[in-house]
Write a protein that binds this ligand. Structure first.
Ligand code: PNS
Length: 164
């Protein structure tokens, strides 16, 4: 059984994340999407909301399941018998940090990191940018699933145009 993990904060999940998850699901027997639920970090969406979003967004893939995690990703990998982490790489700028994490994770436990190039259509996409653009009223439909777009608009509706 080739089981891999796709980890992230997913605040919120974007079409770029889903592109990587879907392609991993075609390559491997099982994909575990690990949603970082560090409660001490300020996020737009709560851990429960992000888990719900991922479960809904991944529901069409039979070999993808979604779990929350706190603490070290390597502990999650050990607990779920996962030996490979799949990470999307958008550009060279992602590489330095991702390489550092991959090597640190490999030093902590028996886990490989597999880098998957993001599809060109999503290479500019980041959750942080989606939130920024949406905050100022920009159109981010088409960059996230429709239901995530609705949640974003509802969440940001009270403080659009950068109002706090
Ligand atoms: O979507 P993000 O914010 O880039 O996801 C980063 C995430 C959650 C995958 C990463 O920060 C992580 O693995 N956090 C868990 C804590 C951990 O294991 N830290 C050591 C990394 S070498």
């Amino acid at each position: 059984m080739r089981r891999v993990v796709c980890p992230g904060s997913f605040d919120p999940v974007t079409n770029g994340h889903l592109d990587v998850v879907g392609r991993a699901a075609r390559l491997f027997d099982e994909v575990v999407v690990a949603v970082g639920v560090n409660k001490s970090k300020q996020r737009l969406f709560s851990p429960e909301e992000r888990l719900d979003m991922l479960r809904r967004a991944c529901s069409d893939w039979a070999n993808v399941r979604v779990e929350g995690f706190t603490g070290l990703l390597t502990d999650f990998c050990r607990a779920h018998d996962v030996h490979a982490i799949v990470k999307g790489l958008r550009a060279v700028s992602d590489f330095d940090y991702e390489l550092q994490m991959a090597q640190m994770n490999a030093s902590l436990t028996d886990v490989e990191t597999v880098f998957m190039p993001t599809s060109p259509e999503w290479s500019f996409l980041a959750s942080s940018l989606v939130k920024e653009v949406a905050t100022f009223g920009g159109d981010v439909s088409g960059l996230v699933p429709d239901f995530v777009h609705d949640l974003l608009v509802a969440r940001l509706g009270g403080h659009r145009d950068g109002e706090s």
